[in-house]
Design a protein around this ligand. Structure first.
Ligand code: HEC
Ligand code: HEC
Length: 180
């Protein structure tokens, strides 16, 4: 009986070893196969296609170039640092550039050159920049009206009810249906 039991134990141990080894052999070659496929997909895509700047990357680059030009003057009022600022006169110049990038451009989904002659940002030669000047006034008037309402939760100082993106939502013409 004891020898028989020891023999059975040995058989069981052997069976486990063989099973695990066999399992291991089957598993080892198949496991790495899917891994490189998933790992190579993004790099294959990014190296195959020539990289074109996204709208946001282009705007970030334009804003960074201007930020470098005004280095050391970021905290001074925009009207002092730039040539032709008539509305957001008191905004610190650094913040003004952020508004141009993350506010105006992003709200309409456009690059800076939709409104600007990039050789001279102070120029009002482009109609959309002049339209944006009128939009600034309307946007301010709407916020003033909302601020007079009696039954809204009050905003904390400097917070607006609406901004350019409230209407535009990434589109030049907000009267068009939303993109799907
Ligand atoms: C939707 C139109 C619009 C877009 C897009 C836009 N801007 Fe402007 N920008 C304006 C308007 C309007 C002013 C004048 C603001 C004022 O008077 O308060 C202005 C003024 C400026 C000025 C001051 C120039 C000067 O010397 O008077 C700079 C610099 C500027 N924008 C940079 C940018 C950059 C950088 C981008 C892109 C990241 C950009 N803008 C995108 C409308 C636009
Ligand atoms: C209350 C809604 C509303 C708000 C807020 C608003 N816009 Fe507009 N905007 C419009 C409408 C409507 C048009 C006209 C679209 C059309 O029919 O061509 C327009 C047109 C424009 C155009 C002209 C586009 C073109 O090429 O003809 C510019 C530039 C513009 N908006 C910039 C701005 C900026 C910058 C702000 C924030 C300061 C702003 N808008 C805030 C509703 C709004």
């Amino acid at each position: 009986m004891p020898t028989n039991f020891r023999f059975m134990t040995l058989l069981f141990v052997l069976a486990v070893v063989v099973f695990t080894a066999g399992f291991g052999l089957q598993q080892t070659p198949s496991t790495p196969a899917p891994a490189p496929r998933t790992a190579s997909t993004p790099s294959a895509q990014s190296s195959d296609k020539p990289q074109e700047k996204t709208v946001q990357e282009s705007n970030d680059a334009s804003a960074a170039a201007l930020r470098a030009q005004i280095k050391g003057h970021e905290q001074e009022p925009a009207s002092k640092v730039f040539k032709n600022v008539k509305f957001m006169t008191d905004a610190p110049a650094g913040r003004f550039l952020n508004i141009m990038n993350m506010g105006y451009s992003r709200a309409l989904g456009v690059k800076c050159d939709y409104c600007h002659d990039e050789a001279d940002y102070s120029s009002d030669v482009k109609r959309p920049k002049r339209a944006a000047r009128e939009m600034q006034v309307m946007h301010h008037d709407i916020n003033t009206q909302l601020g007079k309402m009696q039954n809204l939760q009050p905003k904390s100082d400097g917070q607006y009810f609406i901004n350019c993106g409230t209407c535009h939502r990434g589109m030049i013409d907000p009267t068009k249906p939303l993109p799907k």
